[in-house]
Design a protein around this ligand. Structure first.
Ligand SMILES: NC(=O)c1ccc[n+]([C@@H]2O[C@H](COP(=O)([O-])OP(=O)(O)OC[C@H]3O[C@@H](n4cnc5c(N)ncnc54)[C@H](O)[C@@H]3O)[C@@H](O)[C@H]2O)c1
Length: 262
C-alpha cells in the first residue's frame, strides 16, 4: 500500500510544539506538507524556528490559544505567507483538574472549558474563510475517549470533550456544501508527558500507587497497550488526504478499542 502524499498541503495546528501536536506536525511534513503551528511555550517555538531542518516546512508562532486577540494575530501572520489553507487541526486541550466535582474549583472548571472548547471556536472562525478560498479542505478536532464516555474525577475535561463532538457534527453539516470535511479524533491512553501527569494526579487523589493507576488505564482498551502520539499523526494524515475524501462528521477512536474510562 502506498502512503498518501500531503505534498503542497498547508496545515494550521494549535498547540503544536510538543506532545500529540508535534507528532502530527512531524508526520505531516514527512509527507510533504507545510505546517503553521502555534504554542504558548516560547522556548519551544524559538527552538523549532532556529532548526534549519524545518526551514520552509514549519512556521512556528507564540500564541495563547485561549486568547482571541492572539489567535487573530497568529492568523494575520499566516495570511502574510498564504491566503488559503487546506486544513486546520484543533489540537489545543488541557487536562484540567482532578477530583470529584464537589471538590473542584470553579475557576479551574471555567479555564478547562475556555481552553478546550472556546479556543476551537477562535481558530475555526479564522480558518474557515481560508479553507473556503482553497475550494475544499478539512478540519480535525481533538476530542478524547472522554468525549464518548464518562470519565470520573475529570468532569470539566469530559464536558469539554463531549462539546467537541457536538461542534464537529454541527460544523460538518454547515460546511459540507463547501467541500470542507470535519471530523474528530478521540485518542486513547497516549504514552507521553500528559499521561504521566494524569496518572500522578489520580494516584494522589485516590492515595494509591502510580503503577497501579497506569496499569488500570492500559487495561481499559481491549488491545491492552499504550497508544503512541504518532498514531494520531497518521490518522490526521489520512483524514487530510484524498484517501478519506468522503469521510465527514465522524468521531474516530484511535484507542485500541477503549471500552471503559474509569
Ligand atoms: N495525551 C493524551 O493521553 C490524550 C488523550 C486523549 C486526548 N488528548 C487530547 O489531545 C490534544 C493534545 O494533547 P497532548 O497530550 O499533546 O497535550 P499536552 O498537555 O502535551 O500539551 C501540548 C502543547 O499544548 C501547549 N499549550 C498548553 N496550553 C496552551 C495555550 N493556552 N495556548 C497554546 N498552547 C498551549 C503546550 O505548551 C504543549 O506544547 C488535547 O486536546 C488533548 O486533550 C490527549
Amino acid at each position: 500500500m502506498t502512503t498518501q502524499s500531503l505534498k503542497n498541503k498547508k496545515i494550521v495546528i494549535s498547540a503544536g510544539a510538543s506532545g500529540i501536536g508535534w507528532a502530527i506536525t512531524k508526520v505531516c511534513i514527512s509527507r510533504g506538507a507545510q505546517v503553521f503551528l502555534c504554542d504558548i511555550n516560547q522556548k519551544l517555538i524559538n527552538k523549532i524556528n532556529k532548526n534549519i531542518k524545518y526551514k520552509n516546512k514549519i512556521f512556528a508562532y507564540e500564541c495563547d490559544a485561549s486568547n482571541e486577540y492572539e489567535v487573530i494575530d497568529f492568523f494575520s501572520k499566516i495570511l502574510k505567507k498564504t491566503k488559503k489553507i487546506d486544513s486546520l487541526i484543533n489540537n489545543i486541550g488541557i487536562a484540567g483538574p482532578t477530583g470529584t466535582l464537589d471538590k473542584l474549583d470553579s475557576q479551574e472548571w471555567e479555564k478547562t472549558i475556555q481552553v478546550n472548547v472556546i479556543s476551537h471556536f477562535y481558530f475555526t472562525k479564522q480558518a474557515i474563510p481560508m479553507i473556503k478560498k482553497n475550494k475544499s479542505g478539512t478540519i480535525i478536532n481533538l476530542s478524547s475517549g472522554a468525549g464518548i464516555m464518562g470519565f470520573p474525577l475529570r468532569s470539566p475535561y469530559a464536558a469539554s470533550k463531549w462539546a467537541i463532538v457536538g461542534l464537529t457534527k454541527t460544523l460538518a453539516m454547515e460546511l459540507g456544501k463547501f467541500k470542507i470535511r470535519v471530523n474528530a479524533i478521540c485518542p486513547g491512553t497516549i504514552k507521553g508527558d500528559r499521561m504521566k501527569r494524569v496518572v500522578r494526579d489520580k494516584a494522589k487523589f485516590l492515595k494509591t500507587s502510580q503503577r497501579l493507576i497506569e496499569k488500570e488505564f492500559i487495561s481499559m482498551a481491549s488491545m491492552n497497550g499504550w497508544i503512541y502520539e504518532e498514531d494520531i499523526g497518521k490518522m490526521c494524515a489520512f483524514l487530510i488526504s484524498e484517501d478519506s475524501e468522503r469521510i465527514s462528521g465522524q468521531i474516530i477512536g484511535v484507542d485500541g478499542n477503549a471500552t471503559r474510562l474509569d
